[in-house]
Structure formats: C-alpha cells, structure tokens
Ligand binder design. Structure first.
Ligand code: FAD
Length: 686
C-alpha cells in the first residue's frame, strides 16, 4: 500500500471514552483491518556510525574532549552560530557559546526566553554526587539510566550524563538556582522512579522554573554583553542546507508575519520534545515538533519516534473538550501510595473502602521498588488495572494516589512543606483537596525519548546541525528516568555543545556564511512562503485544532501505552486519511502578514500529521517490547516487556521519502548498540 491510497476513516471525532484508552489497541473503525507489514512501509538503508570513541565507555568523554579541535579566542568572533530555543538546553548553549566569544543568534517562539517549556518542570534534577551515604555513584547512575531505558540508549552518552551531572548542580546553583536545603545547610535530595538512592535535587515543586530563570538570566547577560542577539516571537520554519552542511534557518516573525532567512556557520536545535503530537499531553500547548520535523525533511534522521513516555501521574481526562492533561510530579510517589479497589466496579468513596479491600498493586507486584517503579512499568500497571475494571472516578479512568499514610507518619505540616504547590495545583484543577481525598491520576502522553538522531558529538546526520535537550534522542533509551531530562538539557547546553560545536567550527576558519541570494537560501524561503500560502488559501471547513484532536485520539488508541501490529497498521491508515482530509478541508482564518495563531497551529498540525505516520511505522517495525514501547504480542507471562536483543539492540534512525520519490517507503538506518559497563540483562523491579 502506498502512503497515499490508504482506506478512509469513518470521520468520527471519537474523543471521549477512547481517550481514556479503554478501547483495545487495534480496534478498527473501518470494515476490515488493514494488513500492513513492516516491509510495506519501510526499507532498510545504510547503517549509521555513532562515532563513539573506541575506548571503555567511562573514558569516552575525556578522550573525545581531548581530541576536539579548538578555536583560538581571537578567532571565535569570526563564527556565527544559530541556537533555536531558550529552554534549559538552548539558553545554556547560547550563553556558554556567547561567553566563549562566538556570535550567537538565538531564536524563540516565546515573548521572553524564560517562557520556554522547561519552566514547567516540577520534580527535580538528578546528579550522581553521592552526597548521601546510600551507595550512589557515577557507575550506579549509569546502571540505573541504561537499565531504566531498557538498553535502547547509548551507554557512552549515559556515562557523559553521569560524569557531567556532578558539576551541573554547583553550576546552576552558582548562576542563581536556589535548591532546597536541609536544616544544616546541605543541599536536599529525594528519590525518583527506577532508583533506590536519593539523587534528585529540587526546589520544592518548581525546579524547572528556578533552573529556567537562572539559565535565561545567564542568556540575557550575554545579550547585554553583545555576544548573543536574541530574537523573540520568531518561529523556525525551515533549515537551510548547502554543500551538505546546515548553514542557516528560515524564520517567520509571529507578530508581523515577515519571513526571512538567517545564515550561520552552524545551527543548534534545542526546541524541545514532540509529546504534544498526542494533542492531550502534559506539555504546554505551544510546545511543538515543527523545527525538528522541518530539519528531518531536510535530511536529519529521526531516531526511535515510537519511544514516547506515558507519565503515570498525569491527571485523568475529565471531558472530551479538555485541551491538555496536567502533570502531577513523580516526586509525589516518594510519599503517596497508589491503589485501586480490589473489587472491579467498586464505586464506594475511597474513605469507605477498608484497607483489606484495596489493591496497592505496585507494592504487590514490585515490592522492591514499590511506588517508585519506573514510569513505563507504573503506567502499564495502571492501564492494566483500569482496563480490568478497577478504575476510579466518574469516568473510571484513574487510580488513587493517597497521602493518608504519609500524613499519619510524618504529619500534615511536613507533607505540605514538601509538595504544597503541587497540592495547590491539583486542587485548582479538580476542586478536591488531595489531603482529604486521594488524588486521581492516570497515564498521559509526556516525554519524547525519540528525537533527531545525533552522533556522540550531538551532531545530526546533517553536518553542522546539532541538537541539545529533548529534541535529541541520546540518553534515555526506551524509557526516561524521572529527573534525568532537566539534567540532560543542562549537560547538553552547558557542558557538551560548547566543546562539540567549536570542534566542528575549527576547520571552517576563514569560511563565510551563505550570502542572502544563495540558491539554497532562496529555495528554503520559497518553500516556507508556498506552504504558508497553501494553508491560508485552502478553501476548507475545519480548523486545525479539530485535526489535532482527531490525530491525538488515533495515537492514544493505536500507539498508546499498549500497542499491537494490527492497531499500529490501523493507525497508519487512519493518519494517512486524516492528512489527506487536512489538506483538502483545513480552513485557516486571517492573514499571513500579522499575528495569526491559527496559522501557527495549522503549520504545526500539518507537521504532526506527517510525523505521526512515522511514529506508527517505527512502532510497527520494532517487533519487540522495550521500555515504553510495549507490544502486546511481545510480553512475558507476567505481562512485562519482552525485548529481542538479537534483532533489536539498535537505534532506528529514519529517513522520510521525498514527496516525488517513486518508492514512498520510509528508510530505516540502524545504529547498533553495545553495552560494556552495564551488561545486557532483563529488567526486574519486583
Ligand atoms: C509538566 C512537566 C514537568 C516536568 N518535570 C520534569 C522534572 O521534574 N525533571 C526533569 O528532569 N524533567 C521534567 N520534565 C521534562 C523536562 O522539563 C523537559 O524535557 C526539558 O525541560 C526540555 O528542555 P529543552 O531545553 O529541551 O526544551 P524546552 O524547555 O521545551 O524549550 C524549547 C525551546 O524551543 C523554542 N522553540 C520550539 N520550537 C521552535 C521553533 N520552531 N522556532 C523557534 N523556537 C522554537 C521554544 O520557544 C523554547 O524556547 C517535565 C516535563 C513536563 C511537561
């Protein structure tokens, strides 16, 4: 089947019950399920080399740093570097490169750098400093991360993350992040899922906010010094590639509508994750995948797009018209206990259900880790209980997170002091006081482990195009451990890109940025203008948000917590049909020459509609279960993920076919994964 002759969908806007995930994956809406095989939708291309130094994993970063070429201080101002994004990764990279003396052009869709989505992070940031006497270490951090990711990330990248984590906390503290402290003045820590030590640094439930403010201020300091030029309310809509190198971007001014090209010696994308492709996700509505997807269409391979994390402590959906889900931080699982009524269909109020009629299912199934099992395991277990009829709340689509024991043990004051802003947020969202009646939580689309493929130097398959933070793929494998993402964004921004980018630039000394009349610049500008006009001139009847909701419903149903080959094939067919309908019937009101948020959303939804197909193709192709990619046809008798290390111990890095290519199948490039320090083993949290 080609990518364009897919069967139609019945067109229902099936939000409600399907969004709770209670419909079995693979359920068809058309007569007859599509029978796609992986070979129908992809072919295999050349293998990829991650260019990891050929030394033991723990020595790789020292070795690579030693071998990077340097740029002399007086020559740095001769190079221009574009940084797209001002989140933790982007602000760190731009500030550090500016401090070093490079000319940095920094772009954000927001009106101020501190509004980047990192500001929303709640729970904390990990560091392997082993300040508690609980037997933590750099090696244990690597072990937890590699194992937590179910052996589908790069081990050497995890080592770099662990090694640099040791200085991240002091650095962020020095530039203004006020971490929580114990009574004696030492920095406080707590635990997150998938670990048995206490390595998470935090500022109450506002860790992201404090880190982001510190990072944004460091960026603004460089703006004041003149090394960084900040461009707010500018959206990158294309990448300029000339002579096989990334040499600029095309941006649209979101206020005036002006479209222009900016050229440079290198481009860094730090544009965040694509979880919003599911429409109802824990991300801010403005977070989007357009920069990454446009770079992909210009040649940057996309790694493991099916690796999406469903966070177990999101709030359940209450209404089909809800625009997003809200996250309750994983830190709550330190003190909250998760349970459901032991009897299916029990609709008594929680206080009326006696202790022996409750099922603390995580503690029962995973006594070693209990409520702090990794997110993929906790989400799957919740989904299983909900689907088995034990769900609670008006839509029976949630489980309880209960603080009664913690209050009895620690006292209300202590519990409130740890989580007060989260409790407040919950009460604002639901009207319930979580200290009187247990919170109701459910799995929700959250973090993207997949992203633009990059080598060990964070350089994509397009030379000169680098990634930092959630837009990349490297560290987290098939399941990210809580509090490792703020860390990876900081490590990329402050401590990896400032070495790797100069290493790329050094041999380019004396070269000039592309002139504005270069063919590649004009071509990219024209592509953006044509696409914008096509959206504005389409004589359709449905707004872009309607398509986004329908796409999210398809993805939750066909590529959710549990997947089947039939469901994924069905998803591909429905997405193709929805994309065709989008371009036939989307209606974008307003003009291109002024602020037009509907136009912004339409462009992003158009990209999601392309990317979603690849997400399902990747899920169909990866014929195993690993981490958050749980295929019902690959599970142990206990319902745990069953990996296939013989065939799938590798990264799938995808290339999309050109629109006019005779073969419309996606091309999969493989990077084999090897593990030295943490030998391959079956995950066991029981
Ligand atoms: C609710 C929530 C809570 C979380 N809590 C934690 C936590 O406690 N600990 C943890 O480790 N992780 C947490 N995470 C994950 C973590 O916050 C993110 O993975 C991380 O902050 C991403 O940082 P980033 O710098 O990669 O991207 P972001 O912070 O998302 O920044 C993206 C930047 O790119 C810009 N941008 C995007 N597209 C374009 C474009 N086309 N053109 C121009 N600019 C563009 C945006 O304006 C923004 O400046 C949480 C995530 C969520 C959703």
């Amino acid at each position: 089947m080609s990518r364009t002759d897919a069967p139609g969908t019945d067109g229902t806007d099936a939000m409600g019950s399907d969004m709770t995930g209670t419909t079995a994956p693979g359920t068809t809406t058309d007569a007859g399920a599509p029978t796609l095989t992986p070979e129908d939708v992809r072919r295999v291309g050349e293998p990829l080399d991650g260019r990891v130094p050929e030394v033991p994993a723990e020595q790789a970063w020292d070795d690579r740093r030693l071998h990077y070429d340097l740029v002399a201080p007086a020559n740095r101002r001769k190079f221009t570097v574009i940084v797209v994004g001002t989140g933790l990764a982007g602000s760190g990279a731009a500030a550090a490169l500016g401090e070093l003396g490079y000319q940095v052009e920094c772009f954000t869709i927001h009106d101020a750098p501190r509004r980047a989505h990192s500001v929303a992070a709640q729970g904390g940031i990990n560091a392997a400093r082993a300040r508690k006497v609980d037997n933590d270490s750099v090696h244990r951090f690597v072990k937890d991360t590699v194992k937590g990711g179910d052996f589908r990330g790069r081990e050497a990248d995890a080592y770099r993350l662990a090694q640099e984590s040791v200085r991240v906390i002091d650095h962020m503290n020095a530039i203004g992040a006020p971490f929580a402290r114990e009574y004696g003045g030492r920095l406080a820590t707590r635990s997150f899922g998938g670990v048995q030590v206490s390595r998470t640094y935090y500022t109450r439930g506002q860790t992201g906010q404090q880190l982001q403010v510190a990072g944004a201020n460091a960026l603004l300091r460089q703006v004041a010094r003149g090394t960084v030029t900040l461009h707010t309310r500018q959206e990158m809509l294309d990448l300029i590639v000339a002579d096989g190198r990334a040499q600029g971007i095309v941006v649209r001014d979101l206020v005036t509508g002006e479209v222009r090209a900016v050229t440079a010696h290198a481009v860094v994308l730090a544009t965040g994750g694509y979880g919003n492709i599911y429409c109802k996700s824990t991300l801010a509505k403005n977070s989007n995948a357009t920069a990454a997807w446009r770079a992909h269409r210009r040649g940057a391979h996309f790694a493991n797009p099916a690796f999406i994390q469903f966070h177990p402590t999101a709030l359940p959906l209450m209404s089909e018209w809800q625009s997003k889900t809200i996250l309750m931080s994983e830190s709550l699982r330190n003190d909250g206990r998760i349970w459901v009524p032991a009897r299916a269909g029990d609709d008594r109020a929680p206080a009326d259900i006696p202790e022996d009629e409750r099922d603390y299912y995580l503690e029962r199934r995973y006594p070693t880790y209990g409520n702090l099992t990794p997110r993929d395991v906790a989400s799957r277990a919740a989904r299983e209980r909900i689907d088995a009829g034990h769900g609670v709340g008006p839509l029976r689509n949630a489980v309880y997170l209960d603080f009664a024991d913690a209050v009895a043990r620690l006292g209300r004051e202590t519990v409130v002091s740890r989580y007060s802003n989260l409790f407040h947020m919950y009460e604002q969202a639901t009207g319930d006081d979580p200290l009187r009646t247990p919170m109701r939580i459910a799995p929700g689309a959250h973090f993207a482990m997949g992203g633009l493929w990059s080598d060990y130097d964070l350089m994509t398959s397009v030379p000169g195009l680098f990634v930092g933070g959630e837009v990349g793929w490297g560290y987290h494998g098939a399941n990210r451990l809580g509090a490792n993402s703020l860390l990876s964004a900081c490590v990329d921004g402050w401590f990896t890109l400032p070495y790797a980018v100069p290493g790329y630039l050094a041999p380019l000394l004396g070269s000039h940025v592309l002139p504005p009349d270069h063919e590649a610049v004009l071509d990219a500008l024209e592509a953006v203008r044509a696409r914008t006009q096509r959206l504005l001139r389409n004589d359709g009847t449905q707004g872009p948000d309607r398509f986004h909701r329908r796409l999210g419903e398809i993805l939750y149903r066909c590529a959710g917590v549990t997947r089947t080959p039939e469901g994924l094939a069905q998803g591909i067919a429905e997405i193709r049909a929805l994309r065709e309908e989008f371009w036939r019937d989307v209606r974008v009101l307003g003009e291109g020459s002024a602020l037009n948020q509907e136009l912004e959303r339409a462009g992003r939804v158009a990209d999601y509609l392309e990317m979603a197909e690849l997400l399902c193709v990747d899920g169909l192709d990866r014929d195993e279960s690993c981490g958050a990619h749980f295929r019902a046809d690959h599970q142990t008798p206990d319902g745990e993920a069953l990996r296939d290390d013989t065939t799938w111990c590798r990264v799938s890095a995808w290339e999309s076919p050109a629109p006019d290519a005779p073969d419309q199948r996606f091309v999969r490039h493989d990077e084999p994964l090897t593990f030295q320090a943490v030998p391959l083993q079956t995950r066991n949290y029981a």
